[in-house]
Design a protein around this ligand. Sequence first.
Ligand SMILES: O=C(O)CCC(=O)C(=O)O
Length: 244
Amino acid sequence: MSLTEDQIQHFYREGYVVAPKAVRARIVREVMTHAPAKARPGDFWQPTIFRHDAPEIDAPIHRLLVEPGVVQAATQLLNSPARVYYGMLAVVPAGGRGLPWHQDNQYSTILGGALNIFIALSRITPTMAMLWVAPKSHLTGTQPSRTSAEHEGHRTGVVEPENGICLPTLEPGDACIFDRNTYHRSVKNETDQPRFAYAAQYQADGARMATDGKKDPSRMRAIDLRKQMDKFLIGTESASATLR
Ligand SMILES: O=C(O)CCC(=O)C(=O)O
């Protein structure tokens, strides 16, 4: 997926951009032959997190991190080779709650460029724990945060944004790309079907951790991770050659 100049300007100006058809339908279908098994009973958002030290675990799901169109968009927006920072399948069970308003940088602060690509794996309507974003909230940098009383293990902004908008329906493979400082949340899944999405997070090649000013050596370039993951995706299409 190659983003247009208009889409790139929207991302920088508003802090997010919607990218239809970011992931090929065939790849979404393949991922969705594995993702439903990760849904657990419960009434709250459920992650299945990529492990940098064990990329073979759930590779048929985490392959989205190295999907060429996704990496291409990250590379364009970061204006540098993209390093994989974090990846997770995010399921919101039927009737379950999503996450409170937060900036990803309120969990761990990365300086020098980082973003999140929220990929719909099922059709996500506004009442299905859809993603909300607060336009332009990236412009004020990383804001004070606290642990959320209602969402165990999660952070939320001390001051919630007042200009949040709910995204329109996303079809499987559509994505919303947002800056690591853009406030976002998801609300309740009011339907009787689980919501499936994948959050693919990248940082610029030279980005550093605010805690110690160092580069994180565990965060590989997506192009290198793809070569590793190809080994665990035997029988499926290899895309290494098309990655830059
Ligand atoms: O899965 C969701 O509903 C929200 C994802 C999210 O907040 C994140 O990836 O930081």
